[in-house]
Design a protein around this ligand. Structure first.
Ligand code: PLP
Length: 415
């Protein structure tokens, strides 16, 4: 409890943590008698509010009941086959496998893929990837960490380690910075050193996709994830992502070779033992994939346009954000981590709901708040956000480029 004391205190006292949301209208939420514009939702495409998707659900419930309560190994409604077929075509992978959540996948699939081999784990991999690697270690794997995004460090470790099999585990679009790794460079190393590259693109799937001359924006088309966005193939790559963000549905997947899918069907515990996703989520995923084909690129363009407005405002105010990609996750670190409480309260009072990035969720020099822009946020909400960012900048100390340089100097001096 000592390490999470700051978070525990905030949870008890802060209106923007562990909140009870009483009502939702579009992307506005009501907490008690207070209405706020929601910038903490990961429903990037706004599929949670899409009438075509909502209205399609009852017919699935009539046909399948509320919940298929077999483990997947026992039996799965044909909806799974239909989703996997559509998804595989969208991703352009050899095959795909659905499981309830990404957390289930990391905890069960990383240990299977690593066996008694070695996991090269990115130093800032998402906590759920890290936890999956720790379970694998408990089963006999060796875990070696390389500096975040540092290909040279990874190559050094690959060159000097003889243990096999080898798994390289990284994030796709990063859940804090919004930046993506150079997948081509990682894939090249994986192929050269006979390793499997395992990528969690929870935040890229549905947001970025394959590039094309007629794309509406530089995020590309179809939202088919970071591998396709960077023009890579799936050779030596297993891609993991979920529907719980862009597709507003409780379901997740691996893009993988059929041979590996067959192995996981008998070796990955959630396929054998876990309860499956509810029918409503299977329905919203399937119809969501259809809607993605029809107008996903328009939703992505909306999200792009609104994100650019927020980033332009930060630029105008000279506020630092680690976001260099232009993707819709925008983290704003504070100069003093103790300010998280009053800054959060100010945002709440002004009707802006964000994700609070408190210690120890992030290191102390990254404590701040994270904005997620979705296609369903109204332009009026973006206007309000831009106005309030100016007020926050006047009232509190945020980080600016000079501040970042000083921090880097202090780190260097400390070695
Ligand atoms: C990068 C990343 N991986 C995994 C997860 C967890 O996903 P799930 O809820 O499907 O377990 C998240 C959730 O925020 C995430 O950001």
């Amino acid at each position: 409890m000592a390490t999470v004391a700051d978070l525990a205190r905030l949870k008890e006292t802060h209106p923007m943590l562990d909140a009870v949301i009483d009502e939702q209208v579009g992307r506005k939420i009501r907490i008690g008698d207070h209405w706020l514009a929601d910038f903490a939702s990961c429903n990037y495409l706004g599929f949670d509010l899409d009438r075509e998707i909502i209205e399609a659900v009852p017919a699935f419930l009539d046909r399948w009941g509320t919940h298929p309560s077999w483990s997947r190994l026992l039996g799965s409604p044909v909806l799974y086959e239909q989703i996997e077929e559509r998804l595989t075509a969208l991703l352009g992978s050899e095959d795909s496998l659905l499981l309830p959540t990404i957390t289930h996948i990391h905890m069960s699939v990383i240990p299977v893929l690593a066996g008694s081999g070695v996991i090269f784990l990115d130093g800032r991999a998402h906590k759920t990837i890290y936890d999956g690697a720790m379970i694998a270690r408990g089963h006999g794997a060796t875990v070696l960490r390389f500096r975040h995004n540092d290909h040279e460090h990874l190559e050094e470790l690959l060159r000097t380690t003889t243990i096999t099999p080898r798994l390289i585990a990284i994030d796709g679009v990063n859940s804090m910075t919004s930046n993506a790794p150079d997948v081509r460079a990682f894939a090249r190393l994986a192929r050269e050193y006979d390793a499997l590259l395992y990528i969690d693109d929870a935040h890229g799937f549905g947001v970025i996709g394959e590039r094309a001359p007629d794309e509406l924006c530089e995020w590309g088309k179809r939202g088919n994830s970071v591998v396709r966005h960077q023009g890579e193939t799936y050779e030596n790559i297993v891609l993991v992502a979920g529907f719980s963000k862009s597709y507003s549905s409780l379901l997740s997947f691996l893009a993988l070779p059929t041979r590996l899918k067959d192995v996981l069907k008998v070796a990955a515990p959630p396929y054998l033992y876990s309860g499956p996703s509810p029918t409503a989520s299977l329905a919203t995923t399937l119809v969501g994939l259809e809607v993605n084909d029809k107008r996903g690129d328009l939703y992505r363009y909306e999200m792009y346009r609104k994100t650019q407005r927020v980033l332009a405002r930060l630029h105008e105010l000279d506020i630092y954000t680690p976001n260099r990609s232009g993707y819709p996750l925008i983290e704003i670190p504070l100069a003093n981590h103790e300010d998280i409480d009053p800054v959060g309260r100010y945002l709440f009072e002004r009707g802006i709901y964000v994700t609070m990035a408190a210690y120890p969720l992030v290191p102390k020099d990254e404590v701040g708040f994270r904005i997620q822009v979705t296609a369903a946020n109204g332009d009026d909400e973006i206007d309000l956000l831009c106005e309030v960012l100016g007020e926050i900048n006047d009232r509190f100390q945020l980080q600016h480029d000079r501040h970042r340089e000083l921090l880097a100097e202090v780190r260097r001096a400390r070695g």
